[in-house]
Design a protein around this ligand. Structure first.
Ligand code: SAH
Length: 235
């Protein structure tokens, strides 16, 4: 099993907060608020109903469970044990049946279950791993030919430093200090190149924006801070 592409300090940040994954006013509030937006964006393109989906870096299962509620058969994977336990318990509580969780790296799962999934999602995770290109490769290997792979992450430029770190962690305190490391942010051009190298064709980008006064999030064409990308494996 290849578990080298992991930063233990990153995992422990999430494990320490794991009991709060489903508290909508916790550190995970932003993920709860963007969840319906990204869910609809994914569903519009890939139609989740009846699909086999793997959510890579699923955390407490906020997206995984929502995709299962759309009728997908979802496997959530992460390397933070506590988060997976919370995800499992929450699925039991909410009675969502078609979601399972497993502690395994994207790379290891890809060698076990290559080409087994219609849809792969990997949200807000790439910026926490030492070798994000290797995760992109693994996601490309997991999806069937013609299937969809969706990523989201943070762009790297002065504005994203100001908004995602100074604004979100220090001024607005939406996220705990140290949640994100600027050097790990990823430019859309970099992510596009890794995707292409892995055999994934980029279908489109969306930006995710936030207004601190209205405390609302929405999708837009502005990818300068937080963004999503839809890709498809060649058929
Ligand atoms: N994708 C979820 C959670 C994002 S938080 C969502 O968008 O709602 C980032 C997640 O990545 C955490 O759950 C963390 O444990 C996980 N993570 C970090 N490094 C990882 C790795 N190397 N392999 C798998 N998961 C990882």
């Amino acid at each position: 099993m290849n578990n080298t592409n992991v930063d233990p300090a990153e995992l422990s940040k999430f494990s320490d907060l794991a009991h709060r994954w489903w508290d909508p006013e916790s550190e995970f509030r932003p993920l709860h608020h963007i969840n319906p937006l990204r869910l609809e964006w994914i569903h519009q393109q890939a139609n989740l109903t009846g699909k086999r989906v793997v959510d890579v870096g699923c955390g407490g299962g906020i997206l995984a469970e929502a995709m299962a509620s759309k009728g997908a058969d979802v496997l959530g994977v992460d390397l933070a044990t506590k988060s997976l336990k919370v995800a499992q318990l929450h699925a039991l509580e909410s009675g969502v049946q078609n979601v399972r969780y497993q502690e395994i790296s994207a790379e290891a799962l890809a060698s076990e279950q290559a080409g087994q999934f219609d849809v792969v999602t990997c949200m807000e995770m790439l910026e926490h791993v030492p070798d994000p290109a290797s995760v992109v490769q693994a996601c490309a290997k997991l999806v069937k030919p013609g299937g969809w792979v969706f990523f989201s992450t943070l762009n790297r430029n002065p504005k994203s430093f100001l908004f995602a770190i100074v604004g979100a962690e220090y001024v607005l305190k939406l996220l705990p200090r140290g949640t994100h490391e600027y050097a790990r942010f990823i430019k859309p051009s970099e992510l596009s190149q890794w995707a292409r190298e892995a055999g994934l064709n980029v279908q489109g980008f969306k930006g995710m924006e936030y207004n601190p006064l209205s405390r609302r999030y929405w999708l837009s064409q502005d990818t300068s801070v937080n963004y999503l990308v839809a890709t498809r494996r060649e058929a």
